[in-house]
Design a binder for this molecule. Sequence first.
Ligand code: PBG
Length: 334
Amino acid sequence: MTPATPPAPFPAARMRRLRRTRALREMVREHGLSAGDLIWPVFIREGEGVEEPIPSLPGVARLSLDRLMAAAENALDLGIPAICLFPYTDPDLRTESCEEAWNPENLTNRAIRMLKARLPELMVMTDIALDPYNANGHDGFVVDGEIVNDDTVAALVKMGLAQAEAGADILGPSDMMDGRIGALRMALEAEGYSDVAILSYAAKFASGFYGPFRDAVGASGRLVGDKATYQINPANAAEALACVARDLAEGADMVMVKPGMPYLDICRAVKDRFQRPTFAYQVSGEYAMLMAAAQNGWLDSEKVMFESLLAFRRAGCDGVLSYFAPRVAKALRG
Ligand code: PBG
């Protein structure tokens, strides 16, 4: 942030002069939020005409692909530039070897093809990690109780190539294995997908705020242990910056900080240090927390929705992944 010029002494300086009217407040507003800053994470499932509410994410549902198309069209009309897909995988297809993850006909890849055929202007982002396909809920292969790195990276590359082949615009590796960005970037170049962008979940912390997401993708009951051997310790800021530097050097086009609100210091540091496109993920637990308080009448959900998202812009983020996206975009339009 630029250093603040010391104001003149009182009464020459009265900060309230510029807060007096709405017009004055708008004139001196430093940061703004628009629909174009949002990426909308969406949960998808099999079926037709299905909108299955997720109890721990009030107002969010798993959508069958026909419903996804309608929702995506609405999002695009509202000015949201990108959507990010997360699959709820049928329990029968969850295995220890996770082969459904790189099946060209899996739910996500079918959704990508359908979206790109009908709404080519909407950017489609995907998630790269094994957890929606893994019988034990981990982002990587588990061998003798350990999450193995290099074999997982090879599988993630297959997964990412299948998504690129289906037409994904932005790949989002969220797995936190070492070396995955470089491996993915080289494979994309080698296979003719040099225009596919990577938004790396670079500074992803081992957080308690992912709980409702794990419900949404059906990983909660399955997860054996925790993700502390691959996600970043919430105590570590320098390590998060090192991960961002590493991922950019390996070929990430954009980077993400996740969760968002408890890690605004990391957002600011990443933007200042690297000056590259920086995103925050306002994760499921952050959304659930605000919505639960609002449902109890303890917070005004519209106010905290805007305030929480504006905080990311103030902290230097270019954009935010948020479950609030369509509601915000609609309110901004209204
Ligand atoms: C997993 C993944 C997670 C989220 C996005 N991708 C959860 C996890 O790491 O356990 C969390 C998103 C959210 O909480 O909204 N690869």
